[in-house]
Every structure is written in C-alpha cells, then in structure tokens.
Design a protein around this ligand. Structure first.
Ligand SMILES: Nc1ncnc2c1ncn2[C@@H]1O[C@H](COP(=O)(O)OP(=O)(O)OP(=O)(O)O)[C@@H](O)[C@H]1O
Ligand SMILES: [Mg+2]
Length: 470
C-alpha cells in the first residue's frame, strides 16, 4: 500500500494497535486521593457518594447537579482506581482486531458523567506508576464528548454545584499516556531493554484535542519559544529553551491533526525515532505529546539543514565527510530493520560540523510490515514509484546518491522531467573537479537496479573514505 507524501494520501493498512492497561496504583496516587477526599462537600464516605452519583447519571441525562456536585479525588488526579482493573500487562500483539478481551471498564466510574473510557479498537493504555492517569481516548468523538461535559458543567453550575477552574484545567491537562506497542521495534526483547536509553520520556502523552481558556499548554508551560527555525510540508520547527533544564531544543509542531488516523500516522515518526535510540548521526529524540490537535516533538537542536549549504560550493573532502556520516546513520537505521525513505538535503541537519539524519516522517519497516509512504519524488528511485518495495534499504542509498549529486551541482534539483528521468536511469553527467572514485561510487549508488547498489555498510567501508579517516 502506498502513501504519497504531500499529495493525496491513501491510507496504508497499518496494523491497528490493541489496548491493554496496567493498573498498579502508586503510593503517590493513594496519598493524593487521601488528601483530596477532603474536598467532598458533605461527610459521607466518597464510595457512597460515588455510588449515588453513578446512579443519578446512569441514564446519561447529565443531571448530576445539586448535592452531587462535589469533586472526587479521581477527578483531580485521574487516579487509576476507578478506571483500570488490576493485573494487566502490555500485550505482545496489539492488533485490536485480534484482541478478544473486553475493554476493562470501571464498575462505578462508568456510571458517572465521564463515561468516555476505553474503546476496544485502538490505543493501548498503560498507567505508568508515577503518572496521573485516566483512561480517556482521543478520537473523532472526543469533541462531542467534551461538549457534553461542558453542558453538564454548565448544568451543575446553574444548580449551584461547584467545579473549580483548577479541576477543569487539570482535567484538560491530564490525559493518559498510552503505551503503544512500537511497530518499529523488531522483537519484544527490544522493549525490555529500553530502546530509549538516555532519553527522558518513554511515552507520548495525549492531551485533549483542544486546549484553551483555563487549559494549560505544556508547550508554553515547559518551553520558552525563541524563534521559528524551519518549515516543512507538515510542520513548523521552533528553537526553544526548556524552562527547567535550561537547555536549547528544537520542537517540531505538526499541523492540526483532526482525525484519529492522522494522529496515528504522525505518531509513527516518534515511534521510529524512539525505536532507533541514540546514534551520533541521527537527530536525538527527547519527548512528544499531543496538544491542541497537534503533535509536538522535542528534538535535539541542530544548527541548520544541509539544503542551506547546497547552494554553496562544497569541497570534495566536505562531501566525503557528509556522505560517510549519513552512510553511518543509514547503516544504523537499516540494522534496526527500518528504512528512512526521505533522505534529502532538507532532512539532513548539521550540528557543530556533524551531520544528523532527521525527519523520520516516512520511516517504515524493511520487512514491509508497515505501509510505505513515498518521500520527495525528486530523490526517489524508479522502483519505488512502481511500487516495488523489495529493497527499501537501497531506496535510501539511491536518495543519498542524489543528495550528494545535488550538493556537488551546487543548486537544488528541479522537478524537470528530463532531469528526473536521467537521474532515475542512473545517467549522471560528468562532475568536473571531482575524483573518478567518487563519481564511480555515486553511479553505483544510483544504479537503476537496486540489487546492484551498495549497502550502507559497503558505502561506509569504501576505501575512498580512507582520505578522511584518522
Ligand atoms: N532538530 C532540528 N534542528 C534544527 N532544525 C530543524 C530540526 N528539525 C527540523 N528542522 C528544520 O525544520 C525543517 C522542517 O522540518 P521537518 O523536515 O522535520 O518537517 P516536515 O514537515 O516533516 O518536512 P517535510 O516537508 O520534509 O515532510 C527542516 O528542513 C529543518 O530546516
Ligand atoms: Mg522534512
């Protein structure tokens, strides 16, 4: 199944991720509950009040006002006790279609006004031990449900009930960090060995589809925006200062993702980055979250992209350095069973003279278990345009060849049909001033037949790079 980047997209048959929930209650959450049960407005035990609230609202008419308008500790902290059953583990196969187990539901909480708990068809939620959790699900119905909640709140207020702004703000801020099975990880042992390594956050956390008014913006709370440093077809990238650690990062913010399918698709970029883990020639990934219908991705900040350089004259030595470093990145990526599929100067960043491969928005699995999305057509070999996905790693080699050729030319490739045809046929003009060795290697990297192209390792180990080694 092919998805074209940019243009009309055909949704690939991505495997749906099933759901399973870990329910361990943390000491912290119990302590918090204890504290906030003081917020009840009468002296009855909270269990009794919950029961009463549940019965009152079971018919969904939202008439939960009057004396039942108290705040439960769970409403504040979304503690897992009413939401998630015990003894659950992350499923090994998360295809929801295969998931026959019923979605766990809270016996009491489901009867309350907040009834948008688990759905059976998608996200895997697992409550991390130290995180406030609830079990909301973000999807197309969310807006309707939020509106229902708003009506109920208004109803409560009219009847003299009280819901504090803080509670509302916390509700909009706190969403369950769903733990999905990462489709880019090759086997379960990789999950166990923590593919995130040094990185700070292990789950993309979901926020409601919109934040505003009393809601808190994680982006604004945690970061100080310095300036916009890049724009792509799907996102804008900002240089930011993290308020707490005082370090600079890049935050990539996608366009608004209204549909669940769009959100899942965008998440694949962070899943690929997370599955890859650290490599000096791959842009570092720190964190990701949804906010205001957009996916935010916190990344290592780089100085600029290679496309900025491609209009300048670059020496052969510089070219060899870039080529060698990106070949190293590709060898690492391919070894993890992943193909990048959008290698081009725009997606190669430079930081302190080191090249980093970025923008994993088209990344897919080499074993074809995930849909293939075509990257920038100017850098794509003919076979991928013919939907032949047998050698996806060699697609990246071809794109690296075109990238290097573009840098040598010193001007960006155009969409011209002739130019594009020649490149796709592996017909390279002579490149005066450059060694035959380099021209020969480029020619094989851009061979029309993917099996004749070298692997990333073979490129990396080419004797031509002895000139820059040591
Ligand atoms: N970590 C980073 N550090 C510095 N600049 C970055 C970083 N990430 C992205 N950029 C800049 O932002 C631009 C757009 O980023 P990116 O390519 O990831 O967005 P996109 O919407 O996926 O793009 P595309 O149009 O290629 O699909 C990049 O070309 C680069 O100039
Ligand atoms: Mg890009």
């Amino acid at each position: 199944m092919l998805e074209k980047k940019g243009g009309g997209r055909v949704m690939g048959k991505r495997k749906t991720l099933g759901a399973e929930i870990d329910t361990r209650r943390t000491k912290k959450s119990r302590e918090m509950e204890g504290t906030f049960s003081l917020l009840q407005f009468d002296n009855r035990p909270s269990s009794e009040l919950r029961k009463e609230l549940g019965t009152a609202c079971v018919d969904g008419d939202g008439d939960c006002g009057g004396e039942k308008s108290f705040i439960l500790s769970q409403d504040f902290f979304c503690t897992p006790d009413y939401i998630t059953p015990d003894n659950q583990n992350l499923m090994s196969g998360l295809d929801s279609n295969k998931d026959q187990s019923p979605c766990p539901r809270s016996p009491v909480k489901l009867n309350t006004v907040k009834s948008k708990r688990c759905r059976q068809d998608s996200f895997t939620a697992r409550t991390p031990t130290s995180t406030w959790t609830s079990n909301h699900r973000v999807d197309e119905q969310e807006n309707d449900e939020i509106m229902v909640d708003e009506k109920i709140q208004a109803n409560q207020t009219e009847k003299g009930g009280y819901v504090s702004q803080t509670a509302v703000a916390l509700r909009s801020r706190v969403m369950p960090p769903p733990c999905l099975k990462n489709p880019y990880l090759m086997n379960d042992s990789e999950i166990a060995t923590d593919p995130f390594r040094y990185q700070r956050s292990k789950c993309a956390s979901f926020l409601p589809t919109s934040i505003g008014g009393g809601g808190l913006s994680r982006y604004l709370t945690d970061f100080h925006e310095i300036q916009q440093i890049g724009v792509g077809n799907f996102s804008r990238v900002f240089k930011v200062l993290q308020r707490i650690d005082g370090c600079l990062y890049a935050v990539k913010c996608t366009k608004k993702l209204y549909l669940d399918s769009e959100r899942r698709k965008a998440m694949m970029e962070v899943q690929a980055l997370a599955a890859l883990g650290f490599h000096e020639n791959v842009v570092g990934y720190y964190n990701s979250w949804f906010e205001n219908e957009q996916l935010y991705i916190q990344l290592e900040l780089c100085d600029h992209s290679l496309s900025k350089k491609s209009s300048l004259k670059i020496s052969e030595r510089e070219i060899l350095v870039i080529m060698h470093q990106i070949a190293k990145a590709l060898q690492f990526v391919h070894e993890k069973g992943i193909a990048h599929l959008d290698v081009k100067p725009d997606n190669i960043y430079i930081k302190n003279g080191v090249c980093k491969l970025g923008d994993f928005g088209c990344a897919t699995r080499l074993d074809k278990s995930l849909p293939v999305e075509e990257g920038d057509a100017r850098y794509m070999p003919q076979e991928i345009l013919n939907e032949n996905y047998e050698h996806l790693d060699k697609v990246d080699i071809f794109s690296l060849g075109v990238t290097v050729y573009e840098m040598i030319r010193g001007s960006p490739l155009t969409e011209s049909r002739n130019q594009s045809l020649n490149i796709k046929e592996g017909k390279l003009p002579l490149l005066p001033g450059h060694s035959l060795q380099l021209q020969q290697l480029l020619k094989t990297m851009m061979d029309r037949d993917p099996t004749r192209r070298p692997s990333a390792r073979e490129v990396m180990e080419h004797p031509m790079f002895d000139r820059i080694r040591g």
